[in-house]
Design a protein around this ligand. Structure first.
Ligand SMILES: *[C@@H]1O[C@H](CO)[C@@H](O)[C@H](O)[C@H]1NC(C)=O
Ligand SMILES: *[C@@H]1O[C@H](CO)[C@@H](O)[C@H](O)[C@H]1NC(C)=O
Ligand SMILES: *[C@@H]1O[C@H](CO)[C@@H](O)[C@H](O)[C@H]1NC(C)=O
Ligand SMILES: *[C@@H]1O[C@H](CO)[C@@H](O)[C@H](O)[C@H]1NC(C)=O
Length: 403
């Protein structure tokens, strides 16, 4: 029983010898290659000691026993990949390091990492796995003030038990909603005088709302008499809409024709605007966008849109025209649901709660900021795209990206 150990020991010794030689040869050739291919950055490789703990030497040695230059390149570049992790981690080979974990959590074993969460309320007792009788598949969020309690109460009746309710209170009055049965199981977030997109950025991180197939992020002044959320979702699924809104019934002219409800179809994805408004029938405002008043996002679309929301541009103006950057092809996956439609009631709310300044009414200051934010957003987007195309592709941004 002794000989296997001994022979394996001496085998290991041989291997170490061969490995050392190949390593030295490798380093020499590597330096040569590094001179010719500076991107490999051999000086940063830091080959000895800590790398050996990270990789299976037997494996490497077996795989690369007949080292050609290409093989060597492969080894070196795979070692290079380890570099980032070995840096600053002078750990022994018993330390855990899982590069595929979320950033910052690499020292945890993968199976314990809970990278996503949910908004489901749980009990304080009993078995955790028996906590949730139903797991709502959809999320609806309204940004509300107490003045709109009756309207919101009526609206909530249009959303089934398949929905988690979330209210963002901009007036600090949360307990006044307690008499409503649904409000007791709703999630209330209260911060004074903030906007829908401010809340959405902070409280609807894609990893937190990950369990929901669809997310509604709606204004408070919508009339939902002709709307049913379950029916709406059926249509959205059927027509493959990743970003949508219900058609808006209005007697007056809307800002955009795209969102106006049509009475001859279930869903529309394009529209005819006033002459000269659209450079391309597949681009906003003729298609590929919905307004920010009552958008509905699929999980995947929201994950992208969330990243596009700017922390300081709280009114979200201009966001609607950029939504198309998150779905492909936008003119097919963004649309308006006509047969489940809403009424825009235009009641005074946050828009009136600015600050009276320089002889201007509070609403004027808010409106001015909305417009300024729109200009800033456009500028940032154009700048970011330009940067991308110049730096990573070395070309002018294509015309279709600008708006
Ligand atoms: C190392 O690689 C060899 C060959 O692929 C394999 O037989 C061995 O089990 C590996 N050892 C470890 C510790 O993974
Ligand atoms: C909830 O969703 C399920 C699955 O889509 C559906 O069968 C059920 O009818 C929905 N519940 C209500 C109240 O609509
Ligand atoms: C549908 O809309 C068109 C144009 O808006 C209107 O002329 C027509 O009367 C409407 N039809 C119905 C059945 O409401
Ligand atoms: C982009 O637009 C410019 C000016 O608007 C025009 O001259 C150019 O030909 C366009 N390029 C493409 C690829 O359409």
């Amino acid at each position: 029983m002794g000989s296997p150990t001994r022979s394996s020991n001496s085998r290991r010794g041989n291997e170490m010898m061969r490995l050392l030689v190949t390593t030295i040869v490798g380093v020499v050739i590597g330096i040569f290659l590094g001179v010719s291919f500076p991107t490999l950055s051999l000086t940063k490789l830091n080959l000895p000691s800590n790398l050996f703990g990270l990789i299976n030497l037997t494996y490497i040695e077996e795989k690369y026993s007949g080292l050609s230059a290409q093989d060597l390149l492969n080894v070196l570049s795979s070692l290079k990949k380890c570099r980032g992790h070995s840096h600053g981690h002078k750990h022994s080979d018993t330390k855990i390091w899982v590069p595929s974990n979320p950033r910052g959590a690499e020292s945890l074993p993968a199976d314990i990492v809970a990278s996503e969460s949910d908004l489901y309320a749980r009990r304080l007792w009993g078995l955790p796995r028996e906590d949730l009788i139903i797991k709502p598949m959809y999320l609806v969020c309204f940004t509300v003030g107490y003045e709109q309690k009756n309207n919101i109460n009526a609206a909530m009746k249009k959303f089934s038990d398949n929905f988690t309710f979330m209210l963002f209170h901009y007036d600090g009055r949360t307990s006044e909603w307690d008499d409503l049965e649904w409000s007791k199981r709703a999630i209330h977030v209260s911060t004074r005088k903030q906007t829908k997109w401010w809340y959405a950025k902070r409280f609807l991180h894609p990893d937190i709302v990950a369990p929901y197939d669809y997310i509604f992020i709606w204004d408070e002044d919508l009339g939902l008499e002709n709307f049913d959320a379950e029916e709406y979702i059926k249509l959205v699924k059927q027509h493959g809409l990743d970003i949508s809104q219900p058609g808006v019934a209005s007697n007056s002219e809307l800002s955009w024709r795209m969102t106006k409800r049509r009475n001859d179809t279930d869903v529309h994805k394009e529209t005819e605007e006033r002459p000269g408004w659209c450079t391309d029938p597949h681009l906003p405002p003729c298609s590929g966008f919905v307004e920010i008043m009552a958008p509905v996002f699929s999980r995947d679309a929201w994950r992208c849109v969330w990243y596009m929301i700017q922390n300081d541009l709280v009114h979200g103006w201009g966001l609607d025209l950029a939504l198309r950057k998150c779905v492909e092809p936008a003119h097919e996956k963004i649309g308006v649901v006509d047969s489940q439609w809403i009424v825009h009631q235009t009641v005074p709310s946050l828009g009136n709660q600015g600050q009276a300044e320089k002889g201007k009414a509070p609403w004027e200051g808010v409106r001015e900021r909305c417009k300024r934010e729109w200009a800033m957003f456009k500028e940032r987007m154009a700048g970011a795209e330009k940067d991308y195309y110049y730096k990573t592709k070395g070309i002018e941004p294509p015309n279709s990206t600008s708006h």
